[in-house]
Design a protein around this ligand. Sequence first.
Ligand SMILES: *[C@@H]1O[C@H](CO)[C@@H](O)[C@H](O)[C@H]1NC(C)=O
Length: 336
Amino acid sequence: MQPKKQRVLLILLILSSSMAQMLDPSEIALAVGMAVGAVGVTGILSRSIFCYIKECCSPVWISFNRTRLETDLDNRLFGQHIASRIILKAVNGFMSNPNPTKPLVLSLHGWTGTGKNLVSQLIAESIYSKGMKSDFVHLYTSTFHFPHRHMFNIYQLQQWVSGYVTNCEHSLFIFDEMDKMQPGLIDSIKQYLEYYDNLDGVSYRKSIFIFLSNAGGDSITKKALEFRKAGKSRETITLKDLEQTLSLSVFNDQNGGFFHTSLIDKSLVDYFVPFLPLEKTHVVKCAMAEMKARNLRPNHDVADMVARDMIYFPKHEGVFSSTGCKTVQHKLNFYR
Ligand SMILES: *[C@@H]1O[C@H](CO)[C@@H](O)[C@H](O)[C@H]1NC(C)=O
């Protein structure tokens, strides 16, 4: 009990004992009981009032909205039929399980601008009222947080992660640019991703870890081109078609943060999520969505101009946007 509450209780006790001469014992018991109850209720009340004003690690601020994630994936992510399906299934399954046995670990792979950051943001927004601005959502960008190849501090990363999860077990960690992260750094948090009940009294099983990387982008693109050349639509590409080539290329990428980590061979990653390279039609959709988000009337001609301004590869076919939808926002400013 906090000192302040103790003082209140003491005063109440003194008051009730001074009344004791006038009252009989059962009435005293009742008075004391009411006093204790009042203090307790005040405590709960002030905590919940506090939580209405400021973000807390409680359902008021943290609760999963499946409808929101589903509609956002439908309306804001383009050309990713495989990724959107896996993400919805994975997050929904995890969030509706009251007793997960391990944290949810997602690894998103694909070229820049294909929607990996967007998906992380949509997941955050479907769980935390404050979205990416939540105190319980932590974004690490390799080149920003861990810039020096040989000066990283494993201990500090562990302290961060365990500190944040101690503070709130429903924490979300996003590690961007995994392919630029020093090999070994991610190994230092491996223990948190495993099937432990708790480590030093902290349970990590309700947290979510998302890794973003370009690793595997090449092999995904190769597969997408194969389908195209065979005259098959990209929507017929399945996870199975990509899974093996993806995990092989991720594991063999000697520069990536995954290299030589045991994340993969110990199956700590629950889902490898491939992001397909985007075509011109998708860039047009991104531009239309961006105009809508800025409360402008979506203009197809402008969107088309933005899309035509992108660089497409492979050189001769010119099929896929080399930066996906990444530069759409800047280009829109230019064409409007
Ligand atoms: C869930 O999301 C949908 C769509 O964004 C919204 O209409 C609905 O009010 C949300 N539900 C809750 C409980 O916040």
